[in-house]
Design a protein around this ligand. Structure first.
Ligand code: ZN
Ligand code: FE
Length: 249
């Protein structure tokens, strides 16, 4: 059985512990200490360190954890030069963890090397897909990010989505400016507000919910297009405008 522990790091990052069949991986350890505390609490021994992309708030704990536990660092082969301590470079041929196949999706745009790991129905999306949001386009353009998100949208609806940051509430506020009539979005925001008021994480979400409420997956929504005055524009242009407006939000 796969078990997942959410590990809040820094101010709004999430690392995740994934335990199965006696092995344990941490996804995107921003810093070592909270990860060590979570391992201790669960009684798990770290065997792998997985990075969705090279940014320091996702890899800052790599070297300390590698040294302490002898864990293997796994990251995007295409970005191996920027992943601290990397031992295993992966690409879309996939990988194996704890005897389970791990799907690796290359999803460039936030960074050129960004990947999503899918382990036992759980997608670790880093800063590519957030709950009701998507990452900034630091190393790609709207076409590249749309292609990456479209790849994630092909995952089964019930896929759980574990993203890299707690940005959900502000993402949702932005989403409502574009799609105030989206009932699923309004309902989700009420839930999110209650969850945050209780100081709990809003992760994980799932693909069905993201497709219904995340404006970055909905550039073909009639209401969003109307809000933007882009009823007849092509999908990527609408997506690019949504991203540009979020940058200024
Ligand atoms: Zn990042
Ligand atoms: Fe980040």
């Amino acid at each position: 059985m796969t078990q997942i522990e959410i590990v809040p790091c820094l101010s709004d990052n999430y690392a995740y512990l994934v335990s199965a069949n006696g092995q344990c991986a941490v996804i995107d350890p921003s810093e070592p200490e909270p990860v060590k505390a979570a391992l201790k609490k669960r009684g798990w021994k770290l065997t792998h360190i997985l990075n969705t992309h090279h940014h320091l708030d996702h890899t800052g704990g790599n070297l300390a954890l590698k040294q302490e536990f002898g864990a293997l660092v796994v990251g995007p082969e295409k970005d191996s030069a920027r992943i601290p301590g990397i031992d295993i470079g992966v690409d879309e041929r996939g990988w194996e963890f704890a005897g389970m196949p791990v799907q690796v999706l290359e999803v460039p745009a936030h960074t050129r090397g960004a990947i999503t790991f899918v382990i036992d129905g759980n997608a670790f999306t880093g800063d590519t897909l957030f709950a009701m949001g998507c990452g900034r386009l630091f190393e790609g353009d709207p076409q590249m990010m749309w292609t990456s998100l479209s790849k994630l949208m092909k995952l089964p609806d019930e896929t759980m989505v574990y993203c890299g940051h707690e940005y959900t509430q502000s993402n949702g506020r932005f989403a409502l400016t574009l799609e105030p009539g989206n009932a699923a979005l309004k309902a989700r925001m009420e839930e999110v507000s209650a969850t945050r008021a209780a100081q709990k994480p809003t992760v994980p979400s799932n693909m069905a919910l993201e497709k219904a409420t995340n404006p970055f997956l909905r550039p073909d929504s009639a209401e969003i297009r109307k809000s933007l005055g882009m009823e007849n524009a092509d999908t990527v242009s609408v997506f690019g405008e949504i991203r540009a407006r979020k940058d200024r939000f």
